[in-house]
Write a protein that binds this ligand. Structure first.
Ligand code: NAD
Length: 323
């Protein structure tokens, strides 16, 4: 019976799918991230045919070697795969897969929730109310900014970025600008969106900038002190992509000095650490990497990761093989 290891408890839909396919499934008994040595020791002992991993697992050549020759696939339960050294897996003949698509709506919703929340000062207002500071309606209390009919700049118009742009154009009559390494003219026609040749142009023009690029060497610190200064002082920055895309210290500095108006971020440069300067600021919203965290979506992600494993072990190409 083929054996599958899951590095941490996931929604039952995924575990059940693997069991129904006739595999012996072993799950890390502790509900925490395994240290690299611990993961290696599980892999060496278990001789698994497949491993279901999470974005908190850092997977390099040593890990893939420890998995052994019988291991066919590492299925990442995430769309981003910056935690995986794909070339190292390929070198020892292990396939790597991810879970694109099933989380697009949820992450786009979370992005919009962050955008509305920072503009309307929702988290700040909640803290204010709980602190007993509310003494009645005031004409100048916690004034925020409208989202409707403003300009949204998208960096990375892929699955999630284009869904965010859809909500902006259709729901809030926003003007949409975008920068991507690939231009999408059909999208431009459908949503009256405008392409810009460089990220800088988007930063200069947008009232809200939302980041949806993968973490790559080319997107590391895509937003740094210099680029933050290009943004309008009234602009807001939203990030639900990956933390290292923003220089977090530079962001804290920019928010403190009023270089930009506010930011709302779901991901951090050195997770789970959050830049302490950010924690002191009112004009930033910080969510703990939960943009895809709905019951429905996490179940779908677990199922899709399981499906990638099932097809790989059946000798087929998994639907979401990373090439
Ligand atoms: P996608 O591949 O569909 O879209 C990424 C887009 O970025 C593509 O259009 C690509 O051409 C573009 N791109 C690549 N390099 C670029 C560059 N240097 N400059 C500009 N554009 C560039 O991916 P997706 O499904 O939309 O997901 C996007 C990212 O969101 C993932 O890679 C992941 O890191 C992140 N994500 C985060 C969460 C979360 O929980 N916060 C959840 C899901 C995804």
């Amino acid at each position: 019976m083929p054996k599958v290891f899951i590095t941490r408890k996931i929604p039952e839909a995924g575990t059940e799918k693997l069991k129904k396919a006739g595999y012996e499934v072993e799950v890390n008994p502790e509900d925490r991230v395994l240290k690299k040595e611990e993961l290696i020791s599980f892999l060496k002992r278990g001789k698994y045919d497949a491993v279901l991993v999470l974005l908190t697992d850092k997977l390099d050549a040593e890990v893939f070697e420890a998995a052994g020759k019988q291991c066919k696939i590492f299925a990442n339960m995430a769309v981003g795969f910056d935690n995986v050294e794909v070339a190292a897996a390929k070198k020892v003949g292990i396939m790597v897969a991810n879970t694109p698509g099933v989380l697009t709506d949820t992450v786009a919703e979370h992005t919009f929730a962050l955008m509305l929340a920072i503009a309307h000062r929702i988290a700040e207002g909640d803290r204010f109310s709980r602190a007993g500071k509310y003494h009645g309606w005031e004409p100048m209390l916690l004034l925020g900014a409208d989202v409707s009919r403003k300009t949204l700049g998208i960096l990375g118009l892929g699955r999630i970025g284009s869904r965010v742009a859809h909500h902006a154009a259709r729901g809030f009559d926003m003007k949409v600008l975008y920068y991507d390494v690939k231009r999408n003219e059909d999208f431009e026609k459908e949503f009256s969106a405008q392409y810009r040749l460089a990220a800088e142009e988007v930063l200069r023009e947008a009232d809200f900038v939302s980041i949806h690029v993968p973490l790559l060497p080319s997107t590391h610190h895509l937003i740094d002190a210099k680029r933050l200064k290009m943004m309008k002082p009234t602009a807001y920055l939203i990030n639900t992509s990956r933390g290292p895309v923003i220089d977090e210290k530079a962001l804290a500095e920019a928010l403190k000095k009023g270089v930009i108006k506010g930011a709302a971020i779901d991901v951090f440069e050195n997770e789970p650490r959050i830049e302490p300067e950010l924690l002191k600021l009112e004009n930033v919203i910080l969510t703990p990497h939960i943009a895809s965290a709905t019951q429905e979506t996490r179940a779908k992600m677990a199922e899709l990761a399981a499906e990638n494993i099932i097809l790989a072990l059946a000798g087929q190409t998994p639907p979401n093989l990373i090439k």
